[in-house]
Design a protein around this ligand. Structure first.
Ligand SMILES: Nc1nc2c(ncn2[C@@H]2O[C@H](COP(=O)(O)OP(=O)(O)OP(=O)(O)O)[C@@H](O)[C@H]2O)c(=O)[nH]1
Ligand SMILES: O=C([O-])CC(=O)C(=O)O
Ligand SMILES: [Mn+2]
Length: 645
């Protein structure tokens, strides 16, 4: 039972056109007449019948249409203009500053396998919930219908998607973050035989309705429903809602041929201007945007879809075309390129949940600029020292406050982002907020070990999920978006990276990265990090040299570590920074007991899941044994130099 059709009852293109004739003016009717695929027309018409908007706007992606949407966002009050031209501020309700994981559900039939990490709701219950909450929800509002491609038009893994919303902020964001493909949509859908549908309404946008807010994903009908919320991670379901559909497709339809990951995509220029492409996973709030911006050629900062091309190489495209990025700690020192877009005129930016001062200038925590004493932020009026009900100081900006901007505005933007053949990707990284165990970089000896690095990411909680805390396992940084069984997803990883179609010269280099190791965990007394943001450039440069066999390594049970003599010159050349040997020793010593505890944590957790490939347990057991043997001869803390052969 397709809920959209069950509630809207529009079963044919003819009925759909009758709905449009009743509800649209001639200008909009003219626009929709260029769409002929009956399924597209039916889905839009059903959404119209259910939500009952006062007006409908078909967004063709023209400059005039973009302006209409910008103006609408100001008119509805969802956005407000700031001092800088083309900058606006949007606030989400204080109680909805991140993804509402507890109110996010997969719509499931009894026989569907849904990830043990996700919520499910049976189809009948979801139907009633959607009926109760979405009927007439757009009364008095304008419904904006947008037609997008998630990925370059023509790319093998791109997916067409509709964004139907009463929120001008959501459609404004969609137009910045995705490729408007009104002109190609009909043709792309006909060629590919599928598209995703997203229906959203913020409703009355009141705190008291937040308990009723929902995010639903219907895998069977590739449709999302979202209501009574505004935060883009909950409402702009072109992003994480459709990412879940893309993951499902990679795991269940094209296993071993395709992947859909929570990864940045960036290129590093190596010696003689050669370009080496990276894609890397990190959980929300753990460094994807930062790493993508540290690269010389930016393609994406949050999502990557990849496939094995006919030449035997791995290709990546970004389903998105912009950044919805965290602003906390973004500053001139660590992020000069982002700061240019945020602080200099000439760019379009939607800010969310930062502090706006009396001169209409945004401010945020960690910007290293002088801060105002007061202003308006995510919880209303704010002044320095203001506390919440429990007496805790309220920060100037919410830790998950973000900026929305187009990739093409970035100085390191690479036009290959639009290449339907993708970028030929050699290096894959996995990272999380790991304060005390893993070194800044280590490389798997083969693709199976690389898959295990991804499986074993752990990370401290961040502000992107409402109510999350503690250190958690974060498999591939993608677990929140894996609809089905984790074992199937892992199997897809082994099959993809181990696919014999991948040519020798294109074999993936798979590595762990950790930017968050602390002084305290390495014998110091402070909780300061043992590195800084700009060091990221060096870790990437070292991996680039390693991939081209221009850097040596130390073999260890967890994988290959860099040599001091390769790193020190890179620190000097790339970021002009001394790199003392004792810092290297602290960063790259193996704390064997910690690592073994991590392995045992993963063994125990995966033992509880069904159908986990045996390869994972073999590799973990082997690493543990080798670490124990090494400890016998070298002790529990082993300097990198003591492992050089
Ligand atoms: N000190 C330090 N902080 C970092 C580093 N990388 C990221 N951060 C901080 O971590 C926070 C989140 O980093 P992002 O790069 O925005 O995280 P993300 O993975 O893109 O997050 P999502 O957009 O939620 O998926 C920001 O406040 C960064 O300043 C690093 O290498 N060193
Ligand atoms: O989806 C969001 O809310 C923002 C984001 O990138 C993430 O959480 O990974
Ligand atoms: Mn993300």
């Amino acid at each position: 039972m397709d809920i959209l059709n069950e509630l809207g009852k529009i079963g044919s293109a003819k009925q759909a056109l009758a709905v449009f004739e009743k509800q649209m003016d001639t200008a909009q009717l003219g626009r929709i007449s260029s769409i002929s695929h009956p399924e597209i027309l039916k889905r839009i018409a059903n959404a119209v019948v259910i939500c009952n908007p006062e007006k409908i706007f078909i967004n063709t992606g023209s400059e005039a249409d973009r302006q209409f949407i910008r103006d609408l966002a100001l008119e509805t009050g969802e956005e407000r203009s700031l001092a800088m031209e083309n900058h606006t501020i949007h606030f989400d309700l204080p109680g909805e500053q991140g993804r509402i994981v507890d109110r996010t559900f997969y719509i499931a039939n009894p026989e569907d396998l849904i990830s043990s990490l996700a919520n499910r709701m049976n189809r009948e219950t979801a139907l009633e919930d959607i009926r109760a909450n979405m009927t007439d929800i757009m009364k008095g509002k304008t419904m904006v219908v947008g037609f997008y491609m998630r990925g370059p038009v023509g790319a093998r893994v791109s997916n067409p998607a509709l964004e139907i919303t009463s929120s001008a902020y959501v459609s404004h964001s969609a137009d910045i973050l995705y490729r408007n493909a009104f002109a190609d949509f009909d043709k792309e859908v006909a060629a590919r035989g599928h598209f995703f549908t997203n229906v959203h309404s913020e409703g009355l946008n009141r705190t008291k309705d937040l308990p009723d807010a929902r995010v639903f994903m219907d895998l069977q009908y590739q449709t999302t429903y979202s209501f009574k919320c505004t935060y883009a991670g909950n409402t702009l379901l072109l992003k994480k809602g459709n990412h879940r559909f893309a993951v499902d497709k990679a795991v269940h339809k094209n296993r071993g041929e395709e992947l859909s990951e929570h990864m940045f995509i960036t290129g590093i220029r190596g010696p003689e201007n050669r370009v080496t492409w990276f894609a890397g996973a990190a959980p929300s709030g753990c460094g994807k945007t930062t790493t993508a911006m540290a690269g010389d050629l930016f393609v994406g900062d949050d999502l990557a879809q990849m496939w094995i091309a006919d030449d035997g190489s791995i290709r990546c495209v970004n389903p998105e075309a912009g950044i919805f990025g965290i602003v906390e700690d973004v500053n001139q020192e660590g992020d000069p390129l982002l700061m240019k877009v945020l602080r200099q005129p000439g760019y379009e930016v939607i800010w969310s949940n930062v502090l706006i001062d009396e001169n209409n200038i945004p401010h945020w925590v960690g910007n290293l600029e002088p801060s105002p004493e007061k202003g308006i932020n995510f919880q209303g009026e704010w002044h320095f020292g203001k506390t919440d009900d429990t007496g805790k100081p309220i920060p100037m900006s919410h830790p998950n406050s973000r900026c929305t901007l187009r990739s093409t505005n970035l100085e390191n933007y690479c036009p290959d982002a639009e290449n339907p053949d993708g970028v030929l990707t050699r290096i894959f990284t996995y990272s999380g907020r790991d304060a005390d165990t893993m070194p800044p970089v280590w490389v798997a000896r083969d693709s199976d070990q690389g898959v295990v690095i991804g499986a074993c990411i752990v990370s401290a909680a961040t502000a992107t999920e409402v109510g999350a805390s503690g250190v958690k396992r974060a498999p591939w940084a993608n677990a929140p978006f894996i609809p089905g069984a984790l074992g199937d997803y892992m199997d897809a990883q082994f099959r993809f990276f181990g696919n014999t179609k991948i040519q020798e010269q294109f074999q993936p280099v798979m590595a762990g990265l950790n930017y968050f190791l602390t002084d305290k965990a390495r014998g110091g007394s402070t909780s300061k990090l043992l590195g800084e943001k700009k060091d990221v450039k060096v870790w990437l440069a070292w991996l680039e040299r390693y991939a081209h066999k221009e850097a040596g390594h130390i073999q260890t049970p967890i994988g290959n570590l860099p040599l001091y003599r390769d790193l020190a010159p890179l620190f000097d050349k790339i970021i002009d920074k001394p790199y003392p040997k004792d810092l290297y020793d602290r960063q790259f010593s193996l704390y064997v007991d910690h690592i073994i505890a991590r392995i045992e944590l993963q063994e125990a957790a995966y033992a509880k899941e069904k159908n986990i490939p045996g390869r994972l347990f073999e590799i973990l057991a082997h690493q543990k044994e080798a670490l124990q043997a090494l400890k016998q001869t070298k002790g529990p803390v082993i300097l990198p130099g003591d492992m050089e052969s």
